[in-house]
Write a protein that binds this ligand. Structure first.
Ligand SMILES: O=C(O)C(=O)C[C@]1(C(=O)O)C=C[C@@H](O)C=C1
Length: 373
C-alpha cells in the first residue's frame, strides 16, 4: 500500500556539499566553544551539509545531563554565521519548536522517544502548522512501522512537505554488537510504502560504537538511503553524552572517504539489457515458486479436512520437525543460508496452520453465527 504523503525532494531543502549527504555534529551542544570549534572542523572537511546538535536531550533517568537548553540555540546561530552550515536540532515539545523556529534553526527532527507517542507527535505537528521548515522523523524506539508512518503522516498533515525519515535502529531484547538493532527490513518496508520519502541513516545510534559506524553507513548506502547523520565531537573522549559513538571531524572525514557510492540505476543500454535478462529469469522462477506454494496449500487444505474428519490435531510437531531438518539440510547442500531456509519454512508452516485452523473452525463459526442470529 502506497502512503499518501506530499513530499518535496531532498535537494529542494538541503544543499549537498558532497555525496553522500552528511549531517554531522556533536550528540549534545556542551559549551559554545565545543560546538563552534566542532562546526569549524566539520565545515573544513567539505563533506558536511548541515550541523546537528542536541540541546534538549531526553534522558532515561532524571539527574543525567538533559541538554544545555535554549542557550544552545544562540551557539548554533553563531556556528552557522561563522561556517555557513545550516543547523538541525531535535524538538520534543511545542515550546522547542517555537524556540527553534524563532532562532532560525534550519532543520528539525523528532526523536525516537517522541515518535512512539502520538500525543507528543501531534503536539509537535500542531506547533509546526504554517511553518516552512524541513522535519526529519526518527523511527520509534520499538520496532513498529505503523508508529513511524503515523508520525510522518501527522507532520505531513500539518503542512510539512520537506520531510524525511531517520533510521536510527530499534530497541531489542536480544543482545548484539549494536546499541539499537538496525532491523533493515523495517526501513526497506517504509521505502516500499513511500518511495519518494528520503531516508537518512543514523549509524551512530544504531552502533553505539564508533568502530562499527562505517560498516553500517556503507550498508545504508547500499540500501539506497539518501544520506547519513553521524555524531562528531571535537574530542569524543570528554563528550558529556554518547562518548563511545562519537568521532572527531578528522576521523569522520576519513570514514566518509572510504565509503563506496552506488547508484540506484544507470542509463547504459548494455547494463540494462543484461539486467533485464537476469530479471526475466527471476520472474519465471518467482512464478514457479508461487505456483508451487499454491499447490502445496491445496494439499494442506486436504490434510486439514482429513484431520478434521478424524479428530486429529493441526500441529504435528514430529512431522514439522522432520520437514525443518530435511529441507534445511537440503537447502544447505544447495548453498542456501540455513536461517533463511528456516524462516521461509516457518512462514509456510504458519500459513498451513492458519488455513487448517480455518477449516477446523468452519462449522463452529457457522454454529456460532446461528446461535447469535
Ligand atoms: O503433515 C501435516 O499434518 C500437515 O498438516 C502439513 C504441515 C505442513 O505444512 O507441512 C502442516 C502442519 C503440521 O504441523 C505439519 C505439517
Amino acid at each position: 500500500m502506497k502512503l499518501d504523503l506530499k513530499i518535496q525532494p531532498l535537494d529542494s531543502w538541503i544543499k549537498k556539499t558532497a555525496e553522500p549527504l552528511l549531517i554531522a555534529g556533536p550528540c549534545s551542544a556542551e559549551t559554545e566553544e565545543q560546538l563552534v570549534a566542532t562546526a569549524h572542523l566539520l565545515a573544513k572537511t567539505g563533506k558536511v551539509s548541515a550541523l546537528r546538535a542536541g540541546i534538549w536531550k531526553p534522558r532515561t533517568r532524571p539527574g543525567e545531563f538533559e541538554g544545555i537548553g535554549s542557550i544552545g540555540l544562540q551557539w548554533l546561530k553563531r556556528a552557522k554565521e561563522e561556517t555557513g552550515l545550516p543547523t538541525a536540532v531535535e524538538v520534543a515539545t511545542a515550546k522547542h519548536v517555537e524556540e527553534a523556529l524563532a532562532s532560525g534553526v534550519d532543520i528539525l527532527w523528532v526523536g525516537a522517544r517522541s515518535t512512539v507517542n502520538p500525543f507528543t507527535v501531534q503536539e509537535i505537528a500542531d506547533a509546526l502548522q504554517g511553518a516552512d521548515v524541513p522535519v526529519m522523523v526518527k523511527n520509534p524506539v520499538n520496532p513498529d512501522l505503523s508508529l513511524w508512518i503515523g508520525a510522518l503522516e501527522r507532520i505531513n498533515r500539518a503542512g510539512i512537505t520537506k520531510l524525511a525519515a531517520i533510521h536510527r535502529g530499534f530497541s531489542s531484547f536480544e543482545k548484539s554488537a549494536f546499541r539499537n538493532e538496525p532491523m533493515w527490513d523495517l526501513a526497506i518496508n517504509l521505502k516500499t510504502h513511500a518511495p519518494e520519502l528520503p531516508i537518512i541513516n543514523d549509524p551512530s545510534h544504531i552502533t553505539g560504537n564508533r568502530d562499527l559506524i562505517s560498516y553500517v553507513a556503507q550498508k545504508a548506502l547500499d540500501m539506497d538511503m539518501q544520506g547519513l547523520m553521524i555524531e562528531s565531537h571535537i574530542d569524543p573522549s570528554v563528550a558529556w553524552t554518547d562518548a563511545a559513538q562519537q568521532v572527531t571531524p578528522a576521523a569522520l572525514s576519513e570514514l566518509m572517504s572510504h565509503l563506496t557510492l552506488r547508484k540506484p540505476e544507470i542509463k547504459s543500454a548494455d547494463f540494462n539489457d543484461k539486467l533485464s535478462q537476469l530479471r526475466n529469469q527471476i520472474d519465471k522462477i518467482d512464478d514457479l515458486v508461487i505456483q508451487k506454494l499454491a499447490e502445496r496449500m491445496q494439499i494442506v487444505q486436504k490434510i486439514g479436512e482429513y484431520k478434521k474428519d478424524n479428530n486429529i490435531t493441526i500441529l504435528q510437531v514430529n512431522r514439522w520437525d522432520e520437514i525443518l531438518q530435511k529441507r534445511t539440510a537440503y537447502g544447505k547442500a544447495l548453498k542456501l543460508d540455513s536461517s533463511f531456509t528456516e524462516k521461509l519454512l516457518e512462514l509456510i508452516h504458519s500459513e498451513s496452520i492458519r488455513r487448517q485452523t480455518e477449516i477446523m473452525n468452519k462449522d463452529a463459526a457457522v454454529a456460532e453465527n446461528l446461535t447469535h442470529a
